[in-house]
Design a protein around this ligand. Structure first.
Ligand code: PGA
Ligand code: ZN
Length: 404
């Protein structure tokens, strides 16, 4: 028995200085743990609601009125009892009363408290069958920011260093170095001018998509030459953000779905892209399948807004063979139990999983444990900023503890 004796939810600022929540869960053994929930900016339409109308104050009130008493006294062992109680207390399909972020913080804090009680790190509490903690995720590190995460940058949201090394110390080093080399290139391109950083710690400059890709490709090649580490270009197009009226709207032109598929496939070939996230709108299951047919042997085709970590949407993607990988964000779906159901389906079908941060993050490392525990192919967490580096550092600690 691991009975819950107390659950507290409190406000917390994320890395954009927006309010979010953290939860502290205490078990009758005295074991307790605290976890904060991150928030997105380019959220998928089908995600659960992060906070009810009225924002964080309304979420705190709803927790007090609807959820707290339902959780106290519950046996948390196995976690699912807690996550089911959160769904019952909320009573809506999308956590619109208590907020998906409240549910996320409570779910993660409960799993961590169970780990404290049983002297296990969080990743072991979450470990899927066959995962022994010795196979580490590649780093998916955002180096240039655009879209909703930057002002005045390219339309493509993220230009990524995808570092595929066995030892996390090597992957982390390679991704950080690509970020640094891009900074040097931008300084040469804009001598004496101010450069900025976006919400995920990547560079922001007044460049277009193609120029950003040129810079990224060159930086990855330079770092490969210099270090002999495997690091290649990746992008998250977050294409739903510029899809309007059936067209992908770039500053200088608009493309229909067929045009966008052709454009994306060309980019994959020309720039050696090995990680391709959300190349199409969040409803384009069939279009995604066409992209996967075209480039899926060369690149991970990753559904983020397409799936929103939702098992029903993933089932549809599997039926249509929409992608060969799925992004996993706990607060898109609200609880670890829901997250793990989606992960298990992805693993059964041979899809790669990528555990991901949000653009508004908290300076905590629990995401690294999620990545390791689910046997993720990637950990997407940026490379700069305390809230991103917290996850990289935690992965390094796990690497040392588990013998790399
Ligand atoms: P978000 O974006 O956290 O702002 O939703 C991240 C992503 O699209 O991967
Ligand atoms: Zn994304």
């Amino acid at each position: 028995m691991s009975r819950i004796t107390e659950v507290k939810v409190a406000p917390l600022y994320d890395s954009r200085a927006h309010l979010t929540v953290e939860a502290t869960v205490t078990l009758d053994s005295g074991a307790h743990a605290r976890a904060g929930a991150p928030s997105g900016a380019s959220t998928g339409t089908h995600e659960v609601v992060a906070f009810p109308d009225g924002g964080v104050p309304a979420a705190l009130a709803a927790f007090r009125d609807r959820a707290r008493s339902a959780l106290i006294g519950l046996d948390a062992a196995g976690l699912s009892s807690v996550d089911e109680a959160l769904h019952r207390a909320d009573g809506t399909p999308n956590f619109s009363r208590i907020g998906g972020n409240t549910a996320t913080a409570i779910s993660v804090a409960t799993a961590m408290a169970l780990g404290v009680e049983s002297h296990r790190p969080l990743w072991k509490v979450l470990a899927r069958s066959g995962v022994d903690g010795t196979s580490f995720p590649s780093i998916v590190g955002n180096c240039i920011n655009g879209g909703r995460h930057a002002i005045g940058g390219p339309e493509i949201q993220e230009f990524i260093a995808f570092a595929e090394e066995k030892d996390p110390a090597d992957s982390v080093r390679a991704a950080i170095r690509v970020h640094g080399v891009i900074g040097e290139a931008l300084e040469r391109r804009f001598p004496g001018q101010a450069l900025g950083r976006g919400d995920e710690g990547g560079w922001v400059a007044g460049i277009g998509n193609v120029e950003a890709l040129e810079i990224l490709k060159d930086a990855c090649a330079k770092v490969r030459d210099e270090t002999h580490l495997a690091v290649h270009p990746g992008i998250d197009m977050a294409a739903s953000e510029f899809f309007r009226g059936g067209q992908y709207r770039y500053r200088d032109r608009s493309l229909d779905e067929e045009g966008q598929i052709g454009f994306v496939s060309e980019l994959v070939d020309r720039y050696g892209i090995r990680y391709l996230e959300d190349p199409l709108d969040e409803e384009a299951f069939e279009g995604f399948a066409a992209v996967t047919r075209a480039v899926g042997r060369r690149a991970l085709v990753v559904g983020d807004d397409l799936y929103v970590t939702n098992v029903v949407r993933l089932e549809r993607g599997i039926t249509l063979r929409s992608s060969n990988a799925i992004l996993i964000k706990v607060n898109q779906v609200g609880t670890l139990t829901d997250t793990l159901a989606t992960v298990d389906l992805a693993r059964r079908d041979g899809l790669a999983t990528i555990a991901s941060h949000r653009s508004g993050e908290v300076p905590e490392g629990w995401l690294a444990h999620v990545a390791l525990g689910i046997g993720a192919r990637g950990l997407k967490c940026g490379v700069l900023g305390g809230e991103r580096v917290a996850k990289l550092n935690e992965l390094l600690r796990l690497g040392r503890a588990n013998g790399t």
